[in-house]
Design a protein. Structure first.
Length: 236
């Protein structure tokens, strides 16, 4: 074997190893996702964001914080349930204690007394539970009106929706009114965070979402960004 042949074989082996080690692309549907992102962006720009900005401007900060606290408190029992599903009973009981303290002493959750008392707030949903059970996240997916997700997280949204107490309000007008307030409040919370977006908005939001989901699934452990070698496209 010549030196040139050996070098070529070594290079081929190196390339094969690198290709094997490279992470699988989590965003194979990017062309479709970009179109869906554009649709959501249009809807947000002309309806949801203006309403959220008006809400943020009109609502005093303490009242707005109280509304957010109530919605967070309503979902806390489901957070606790997912802690138990994931075999984390200590966190599950902590979340149940948090719900009890805020519902009673916090007047239905208006005031976050639990956090002041050192009871930590957690973020858990059924999508995370599926991932903890070992299901793969699946491809990145932008859902119309709902935004960033993955296939597994999208499946997890189904039981999440049934666990939301708002769903069981009998009076339709009241139920839809509270749902509207819930989505407006959720959008208003993102107003400040979106000022951090730079470069290609689609890539920025996608990467931030995937990193955040992995962070939550790993309970704070930092993983390598699967898109670390992908260049950002700068908007004109």
């Amino acid at each position: 074997m010549t030196a040139g042949t050996a070098a070529a074989d070594s290079s081929a082996e190196s390339n094969t190893t690198a290709a094997t080690a490279a992470p699988k692309n989590p965003d194979p549907w990017q062309p479709l996702n970009r179109k869906l992102y554009g649709f959501n962006k249009f809807f947000d720009r002309w309806l949801l964001k203006p309403v959220a900005k008006g809400y943020d401007k009109v609502m005093p900060d303490p009242l707005q914080r109280g509304v957010s606290n109530v919605f967070d408190n309503l979902l806390t029992p489901w957070v606790a349930a997912n802690q138990f599903f994931q075999a984390k009973p200590r966190n599950g009981f902590s979340d149940l204690a948090r719900f009890f303290v805020n519902t009673t002493m916090g007047i239905g959750g208006i005031f976050d007394i639990a956090s002041r008392g050192g009871i930590a707030k957690h973020e858990e949903d059924f999508g995370q539970t599926l991932l903890v059970w070992g299901l793969p996240a699946g491809p990145y997916l932008v859902i119309p009106f709902l935004g960033p997700s993955t296939v597994t997280t999208a499946v997890g949204r189904i039981p999440d929706s049934y666990a939301n107490p708002i769903r069981y309000i009998e009076n339709e007008r009241t139920r839809y009114g509270i749902y509207a307030l819930f989505f407006i409040d959720t959008r208003a919370r993102l107003l400040e965070a979106e000022t951090l977006i730079s470069g290609d908005e689609y890539l920025f939001i996608r990467d931030a979402y995937l990193q955040r989901r992995q962070f939550l699934v790993d309970d704070g452990k930092v993983e390598v960004d699967p898109f670390y070698d992908e260049e950002f496209e700068i908007d004109d």
